[in-house]
Write a protein that binds this ligand. Structure first.
Ligand SMILES: *Cc1c(COP(=O)(O)O)cnc(C)c1O
Length: 394
């Protein structure tokens, strides 16, 4: 095996070496940040033909090219292109607008990121596209929901609050048989731990705001597509005019370079904390597909090579006021949305308010935790204090 050829290298190596053009960068390892809209053409003939490696700021720069090449190398040989958009939600909306048209039908997983749902119910409805939500555990049973005009199926594995694990391979087999595209929100695992384009997914999106950026300092989204879907995505991006600012592209590339070490630590610390929480008397259930006891574990083991640091817990019944007292006591777990950065976070959540295809009845208050890069001993001590406050407030 010739390990000097990128296709023979492990993902960790490709993350570090791909997209580097040190000669063009006068020897520097990293590309510069190109703050640019206008690109000058040397001759009128070049201008008429839009000839040149770079033609206009919106269409890309050496920095976006380096990012795209690196993410493509990580996604694997099925990836025909990577689109860059200004946020994770924009990756979802841009993808759906690129592949759907008036009169189409869309199937969406009931555990999907809530703003994805708002986009379908809001804008897509106005444009004459019908959405049906389905049980994330439906598997091949999705056959019954496909209509002649079903154009795409949107999945999220696992759902980023409730952590059910859809069987994407089974869903994709049925969907492809009926001519529908499969779109995956791959934010939780990233293509480092879930190579969804190799498992039947046509378009794999990420909120790169999360683990790719990795430092809670950018908004960024990516759309990776196979050869069948990429022309539609590329056209959608061009027609809609979406792009990202050069500093954010640079930071996203910098994040990619260290993704493997950060994610490995989030995996280890997350599982350690999940096991510790599962043994606590205050906790009824831990929702984490990498735990052997989780209902989604077999699918996780088959399709994923790692887990990230995001999971949820179901507490034994307690009044909301006591849970709030617990949250206010925590010092290392900050309260805030998003995740994937270096810091630990906690939020209470309730899926019951918006689910339509499935009933959400966990039997107690639910908290979503992001395990950051702090010491797990310190995080356990923080939660110990929180649980003591919870008990005292009951
Ligand atoms: C955060 C998130 C998004 C949206 O990303 P933004 O960059 O915040 O727009 C999409 N999907 C999932 C699963 C997310 O967690």
């Amino acid at each position: 095996m010739d390990s000097s050829h990128p296709s023979q290298q492990q993902a960790e190596t490709r993350l570090v070496t791909s997209g580097r053009d040190t000669k063009a960068q006068k020897g520097f390892v990293n590309p510069p940040v190109f703050h640019g809209s206008t690109v000058l053409y040397p001759t009128a003939e070049d201008l008429h033909a839009h000839r040149g490696e770079f033609t206009y700021g919106r269409h890309g720069s050496p920095t976006t090219k380096a990012f795209q090449e690196t993410l493509m190398a990580l996604e694997g040989p099925q990836c025909a292109g990577v689109g860059i958009v200004p946020s994770g939600l924009s990756a979802i909306s841009t993808t759906l607008l690129s592949v759907l048209k008036a009169g189409d039908h869309l199937l969406v997983c009931d555990n999907v990121y809530r703003p994805s749902r708002n986009f379908c119910n809001g804008m897509l409805t106005r444009y004459g596209i019908e959405t049906t939500y389905f049980d994330p555990l439906i598997g091949a049973g999705i056959d019954k929901l496909l209509k002649p005009n079903t154009r795409a199926v949107l999945v999220e594995a696992p759902g980023s609050q409730s952590f059910e694990m859809p069987d994407i391979r089974a869903i994709a087999e049925v969907a492809h048989g009926r001519g529908a595209l499969v779109i995956d929100d791959n934010t939780w695992a990233t293509p480092l731990y879930h190579r969804s384009l190799e498992q039947g997914v046509d378009i794999s999106m990420q909120a790169a705001t999360k683990y790719i950026g990795g430092h809670s300092d950018i908004m960024f989204g990516t759309i990776s597509a196979n050869a069948k879907a990429w022309p539609m995505v590329a056209e959608g991006i061009r027609l809609l005019g979406v792009c990202a600012g050069p500093d954010d592209v640079f930071l996203a590339l910098r994040g990619l370079r260290t993704l493997s070490v950060r994610l490995a630590q989030h995996h280890r610390s997350g599982l350690d904390m999940a096991r510790w929480l599962a043994a606590r008397p205050e906790v009824a259930r831990v929702l984490h597909p990498a735990l052997e006891t989780d209902p989604g574990h077999a699918i996780w083991k088959r399709d994923f090579t790692g887990a990230s640091g995001l999971f949820s817990i179901v507490l034994k019944p307690a009044p909301q006021k006591a849970v709030d007292t617990m949250l206010d006591t925590l010092k290392l777990f900050g309260m805030g949305f998003s995740w994937g950065g270096f810091e630990s976070l906690v939020i209470p959540f309730d899926c019951d308010a918006y689910r339509t295809a499935t009933k959400w009845a966990p039997g107690g208050p639910t908290l979503r935790l992001h395990i950051g890069l702090e010491s797990v001993d310190d995080l356990k001590a923080d939660l110990d204090r929180g649980f003591a406050a919870l008990k005292a407030a009951m």
